[in-house]
Design a protein around this ligand. Structure first.
Ligand code: F0G
Length: 459
């Protein structure tokens, strides 16, 4: 059989024009934004790879669902469609809509968190960590060792290190661990998948110690597709069946629908424990809204339900995973260091190896991000010392283990020629990497400084 080009599995019915800028304009615009792409106006960006969250293109059926949404305060038919779809995929008994992922986290951890509590995960996403730490509890990461090395190729670099996990449970005491989490795919670790076997092994440990297992399911369909491609025994199973098996090991799910539900806003908390569900719903009413809309409009619930059906389409997932891989392969073959293999939703450039002469204190990732924008109008995000750097008591930077630049690919938004353009710009920046400069921070907020920090170029 000849292998043909994997095409975008959709036709384009509505378009949004891109506003073009030139390099001189962008040099000024990024300077005015304090060299922080978060502070740019989005219409000054040509290709926006800041995030895959809430940036999906909705389908004609989702837009039809938007018109069809039932806006009843209580008992909306759109809620029941949403509930039925989430239940079909996750098998959970209690489905609680929230306005996005972190709202589900906020509610869950407000109830189970608190001082003296510990929450293990493969790698906590920053909002999950923040919601845990906000309650006084501790968030701990146990990704497998290979997941920390960008240049090592492995099929499931998002896996949890079960030996470390068990050691941790024994050390901290099972009574102090209200739940254990697995994030699929592992966003902060390069969008790398978790294997079914690993989920099973984590579950076994959790059962042994009586600890509930939760899945952060933002990118569950991408993870399930990787299992289909890479794990023995799954190639003939449907992605829905794989997802169902994965969730069958879980006691609860948090989800940002802004990723794999292909919508611009939405999320949910899904649980099996009736008492916990009751406590969560009570808090939901205070913070989000009535349990049948939870911070969303009826039309949003309709779009989420439709998106959750569409994301399981294997033509879609083949195109999705392949288009991210395509970008990764092309730049890698030209020598650009990335986290290997390419992840499900994003390519992560290894800024330490890209710019070995710029030390972490001068933010090599930020330097690449600024150059990608200036050179080609591409917006990416630094995931390194700007985002996660801390200071010691002498004010010296404590850098995180990796200096990365994330190029997150919005779902169904860009075509192959957009990605070809991105590749050309990255290669141009790579060719001129010796000319790149470091930066220093001139303003920073006390928390989550990457959103609002301002920078100055060093000479
Ligand atoms: N968990 C994971 C793994 C995430 O990637 C995100 C969001 C959340 C939870 C929170 O969901 O944004 O709906 O409140 N990630 C986005 C990103 C913001 O750019 O990676 P949310």
């Amino acid at each position: 059989m000849t292998t043909r080009t994997i095409i975008e599995p959709f036709k384009i019915k509505s378009v949004e024009p891109i506003r073009f800028t030139n390099k001189e304009e962008r040099t000024e615009l990024i300077k005015k934004a304090g060299y922080n792409p978060f502070l740019l106006h989005a219409d000054d960006v040509l290709i926006d790879l800041l995030t895959d969250s809430g940036t999906s293109a909705m389908s004609s059926k989702q837009w039809a669902g938007i018109m069809d949404g039932d806006e009843s305060y209580a008992g909306s038919k759109s809620f029941y469609r949403f509930e039925e779809t989430v239940r079909k995929i996750t098998g959970m008994k209690f489905i609680i809509p929230t306005h996005q992922g972190r709202a589900a986290e906020k509610i869950l951890f407000s109830i189970v968190g608190g001082k003296g509590k510990y929450f293990p995960n493969n790698t906590h996403f920053d909002t999950t960590r923040a919601n845990i730490e906000f309650t006084g509890a501790e968030a701990d990461d146990f990704v497998v060792e290979v997941g920390k090395h960008s240049e090592i190729r492995a099929d499931f670099k998002g896996n949890m290190d079960v030996i470390l996990l068990e050691k941790f449970i024994k050390e901290k005491g099972k009574e102090n661990i209200p739940l254990c989490m697995i994030t699929v795919t592992n966003n902060s670790g390069g969008g790398q998948p978790v294997s079914m076997q690993n989920v099973r092994e984590v579950k076994e440990i959790c059962v042994q110690y009586g600890i509930p297992l939760f899945i952060d399911a933002c990118r569950f369909a991408e993870n399930a597709y990787f299992i289909k491609l890479r794990e023995k025994g799954y190639s003939n199973k449907s992605v829905l069946e794989i997802a169902q098996e994965m969730f069958s090991y879980a006691d609860g799910v948090t989800m940002s629908a802004k990723k794999d539900a292909l919508v611009n806003i939405g999320g949910f908390l899904a649980l099996n424990d009736e008492n916990l569900a009751m406590l969560c719903r009570n808090l939901l009413i205070v913070t989000e809204g009535f349990p049948t809309y939870g911070g969303l409009a009826g039309r949003d619930l309709e779009a989420v339900a439709q998106g959750l059906e569409e994301v399981l389409d294997e033509h879609y997932l083949q195109y999705r995973i392949r288009s991210v891989e395509y970008l990764g392969e092309r730049i890698l073959s030209a020598g650009v260091p990335i986290i290997e293999p390419p992840g499900g939703h994003a390519i992560y450039i290894d800024a330490k190896r890209f710019l070995p002469n710029i030390p972490p204190e001068q933010f090599p990732g930020q330097s690449i991000v600024i150059e990608l924008y200036t050179e080609g109008g591409i917006r990416a995000v630094e995931i390194g010392s700007v985002m996660f750097g801390k200071y010691d008591n002498k004010g010296k930077l404590i850098p995180p283990p990796m200096e990365l630049v994330r190029l997150a690919i919005p779902r169904r938004v860009y075509t192959q020629s957009h990605i070809d353009y991105v590749i050309e710009v990255i290669l141009e920046v790579f060719k001129n990497r010796d000319k790149l400069k470091g930066y220093k921070i001139t303003y920073e907020a006390p928390m989550l400084r990457h959103f609002t920090a301002r920078f100055e170029k060093l000479n």
